[in-house]
Design a protein around this ligand. Sequence first.
Ligand code: CA
Length: 243
Amino acid sequence: MSLQANDLGRGGGGRTRPFALLVEDETSLIELIRYNLDREGYDVRVAMDGEEALLLIEERLPDIVILDWMLPKIAGIEVCRRLRSRPATRNLPVIMLTAKAEEVDRIRGLDTGADDYMVKPFSMVELVARIRAVMRRIRPALAEERVEIGDIVVDRSAHRVLRNGVEIHLGPTEFRILDHLIQHPGRVFSREQLLDAVWGSDVYVETRTVDVHIGRLRKALARAGGEDPIRTVRSAGYSLSFS
Ligand code: CA
């Protein structure tokens, strides 16, 4: 199943797969949603209670969270509230799953800042459509082949980067780092988070390696002139932003 899903991946070429966190305690539903997200090209991790969800999010920031309402330890609605109260997760796309169809609950769900919600039972086709819609709205960069921020253009299908119209030649790792940063402009990523996103969590690479590749990326981008778009945040990590 996962081999097929990889084949269906998003154009390959070193693009990192988007990362979805599924927070659900019903095993049958977990398998169904996991399978469908995998087919959609997502890396999927599962948390079976609210506490685990918050820990996993701290470890590696997902691109989207599918969050069940009724969960052991910390309820989904409280998880959502906490995510919205922290700068790092304030804009994290969240789709709530609920078995409660009462309108008041729906409204509360939206009050907590969920981007969308699904009332159980729902079809997988519907869930996938909602996920696509939320991602298009919130993170257009993930869905697009060509992303433009400031004076930088990343063309994923052609695997090209332009700055001020000048082609920038990047190694595959530098390309993946830039592609990851450009999907989340302004967000600070720790070296560990970049390692997970660019190299994968099952590969052992020293965090210092990240600095080396960031250095190469900076140097390559500087060849086309303009300000350094990569910000080093002391003891926190790196982000991409333009003033
Ligand atoms: Ca539940």
